[in-house]
Design a binder for this molecule. Structure first.
Ligand SMILES: Cc1cc2nc3c(=O)[nH]c(=O)nc-3n(C[C@H](O)[C@H](O)[C@H](O)COP(=O)(O)O)c2cc1C
Length: 357
């Protein structure tokens, strides 16, 4: 790989964090959809708030709570400190953690430590490697996959599917041919599960079906309602080239806010999960705009095994309040469970949610 490619990848990962912290990159006119649901109140819970058990499982491993820290960063010098802080919090609360795209670790050995630091500070939680669909489409070698898994002693590999992000990215790669075949090959050769995730546009029932038939074991819906990655890349594009004249103004507005709201994805993918039970079993991660413990609770009741967050936790980390924020979310979750009479996360998954029209 050339030095130029390295520099572009480093600049991109660095500016992603900076833009997510300082720019308005939320969806306009579109929410997660969780606001359209409410739990049925239980006036007779018959459980003790203090005894509520938040522990859960993810891919057969026990976790402290049904919350995961979503893939964010790695591959440049400042990423080590970010990943270390995320790992320490994840270890403290026993939460699974995904690292950011490991493309840089494959292009250049210099910043591999910014990924391996995660396993150093989080020795006992599930950790997931991460690579993008365009790299998968080009064809990864088994040796490249092993580099990513070995750096983290990873419990699985996340493949992020991000066509809208690549479309808006100034240096984006929009050749998605052969992605599904390559995913199927990866699921057949690696010893750990493959997770397919979006980055904020959501995964539909049909797409999830194709992925689980290819051997994917987890669908992380990463729906709309949190960060719009089209908007993040649009900020980078306009910094480089000025006003965006690639699209008509009306279409631009629609494309920047493109995506299926998180709660809609969950309902659709959960229907699929029930339909394929026994032939293509898989777990669901709810992400895209998770920002309270109530969102986590609703995610579980809509079929998720676990919820996951990136943007909101990055902001909390930047404000020096990562662990405090996680504690507050878990307390929100306990409160909702108490008012539904659910003493365990398994009971919460079987709790009734009402749809508000
Ligand atoms: C700074 C930052 C960098 C990200 N980089 C990656 C990445 O490398 N790979 C990936 O799969 N997702 C990446 N994401 C996307 C998140 O994992 C997540 O899918 C998305 O932001 C939607 O969730 P949210 O609304 O909770 O932020 C990144 C998110 C943030 C905030």
């Amino acid at each position: 790989m050339t030095q130029n490619t390295d520099n572009t990848t480093i600049e991109r990962k660095h500016s992603h964090v900076e833009i997510c912290l300082h720019n308005d990159i939320a969806f306009s006119g579109k929410n997660t959809g969780f606001e359209r649901y409410q739990f049925e109140h239980d006036a007779l819970p018959e459980i003790a708030f203090a005894e509520i058990d938040l522990s859960s499982t993810f891919l057969g491993k026990k976790t402290g709570a049904p919350l995961m820290i979503s893939s964010m960063t790695g591959g440049y010098s400042e990423a080590s400190a970010l990943n270390r802080a995320l790992a320490e919090a994840a270890e403290r609360f026993m939460l699974p953690l995904g690292v950011g795209s490991m493309r840089q670790a494959l292009e250049n050995a210099s910043y591999r430590e910014s990924f391996s630091v995660v396993r150093k500070y989080a020795p006992s939680i599930p950790i997931f490697a991460n690579i993008g669909a365009p790299e998968v489409a080009k064809g990864l070698s088994r040796a490249e996959i092993d580099i990513m898994l070995d750096l983290l002693n990873a419990d699985g590999l996340i493949v992020h599917l991000n066509p809208a992000q690549e479309l808006f990215q100034p240096e984006g790669n929009t050749d998605f041919r052969r992605v599904l075949d390559q995913i199927a090959w990866i699921t057949s050769v690696i010893p750990v599960p493959v997770i397919a995730k979006e980055v904020g546009c959501g995964i539909s029932r049909q797409t999830a079906h194709r992925l689980v038939e290819a051997g994917v074991k987890v669908i992380d819906v990463a729906g709309a309602g949190g960060i719009s990655w089209q908007k993040v890349e649009e900020v980078r594009y306009t910094r480089q080239f000025g006003q965006d004249r690639r699209f008509s103004l009306k279409a631009l507005e629609e494309l920047l806010n493109w995506g299926i709201p998180t709660a809609e994805c969950l309902v659709a993918v959960n229907e699929l999960k029930t339909e394929v039970r026994g032939t293509h079993d898989f777990e669901i991660v709810a992400s895209g705009g998770i920002s309270t413990g109530s969102d986590i609770a609703k995610s579980l009741a809509l079929g998720a095994q676990i919820a996951a967050s990136a943007g909101a936790l990055l902001k909390a980390l930047h404000a020096g309040k990562l662990e405090e924020t996680i504690e507050i979310w878990l307390n929100d979750l306990r409160a909702v469970m108490f008012l539904c009479g659910a003493a365990t996360t398994e009971q919460l998954r079987n709790t009734k949610l009402l749809f508000k029209h």
